[in-house]
Design a protein around this ligand. Sequence first.
Ligand code: ADP
Ligand code: MG
Length: 465
Amino acid sequence: MREQRTRINDSWIRVRLKLKSKLGENIYKNWIESLELVKIEKKSAVFNVSNSFIANWIDRNYRETIIETFKNEEIFIDDILFEFKNKNSLPFSNEKNIPKKRDINLSNIKNSLDNNNIELPSSPLDKRFTFERFVVGKPNELAHAAAKRVSEIGPVTFNPLFLYGGVGLGKTHLMHAIAWQIKKTNPSSRMLYLSAEQFMYRFVQALRFKDMYGFKEIFRSVDILMVDDVQFIAGKESTQDEFFHTFNALVEQGKQLVISGDRAPGEIDGLEERIKSRLAWGLVVDLHPTDYELRLGILQSKVEIQTKLHPGITVNKGILEFLAHRISSNVRVLEGSLTRLFAYASLVGRSIDIDMAQECLADILRSSERKVTIEEIIRKVADHYNLRMSDMISARRSRSISRPRQLAMFLAKNLTSKSLPEIGRRFGGRDHTTVIHAVKKIEELKNKDLQIAEEVEILRRMLEA
Ligand code: ADP
Ligand code: MG
């Protein structure tokens, strides 16, 4: 008997070592190291652990691996069971014996939380998505500033931070940047970043394995929770419900939330009203579509990175300007174009010139060609300012008409590929110098007058939508 016991203990030592290399140092330290093997009985390994939460977690996540590793040691078990250190034996395994909520020793769970030994199911972070690599311009400066503020983990001033904007404008980049920053400056703070889809997946799993308790403990033990692309849970009722409770629990504890979505909270169809209103509680910031300057800035910064990857490849003058001008608002596409150009250039061993760009990016350039017509622009602007279309092309010069007209010309210049003379012609046969003047005027006003800037932005969006 004693002999057998020694043999089992020895093999547990070897099994532990193997588990360490299979599961990694972190998991091993958090979960396996403190496991005591009590006995092997009826093809089950019985372990002693300090509380049922730990037991539950190990059973849920590492059961198969443990059984498998025992097998390699020629010890054939088909289950693992647990006893608790400070309680009478309360073995359980799988769903059949998971203790009901009232059986769980709360003070132990609290301890395990305080010890921070619940592993957080964070999604992997892209190492390129840092603040250093985020180019700031007018369209994203507010979002950037808010993200920076959150990453400083000072007192929570706005909760949640809600970031929204169209695809490829940097929402995920900013959230990862917050995460990296916090890892660097506050490595001990418990941060959890995941997509809403992952949130749902975890939730469904928890339901399936009847482990809502564990789920809640994880999500409510964090210092900062970031959920990306929240629009994903629209229409998914029970996930929304859980999200709502998680949200409230964290806000109540003064924990920071950062949420992103593809549009403003109030505009996400299929999202419950109470969630919409919660999401708008804190600071809601909008990542605007990129403007020319920001695109150019991003391209310049990405060229530096690409040049490191492809030394010797040069970019001819005017190429970045060409790309910034021609490739609309999505940064991902912009970035992809540059990557493609560099790959191509290094293949053929030439510098990147305009012909190469035209040829190599033909598909992208074609698809981002603006489909907006001058006609539409005139109509939308006229509608917006309660004018008639005929006013827009008339010779009338009163400010109330000439300003919207200039704005329409500005938009025509920016949203279509029509030449200045062509635009002039379409606005009642005006000269191209009039168009140039209008474009300059609006640019100037945009910089001085926030209201004009906003109106231009609104109109642009309506037209591009
Ligand atoms: P979203 O989540 O809003 O759809 P992402 O954050 O995934 O967009 O951004 C798409 C790509 O564009 C990423 O590769 C990201 O690094 C890049 N990107 C977006 N905005 C910027 C920026 N301001 N500076 C540098 N890169 C950016
Ligand atoms: Mg994203």
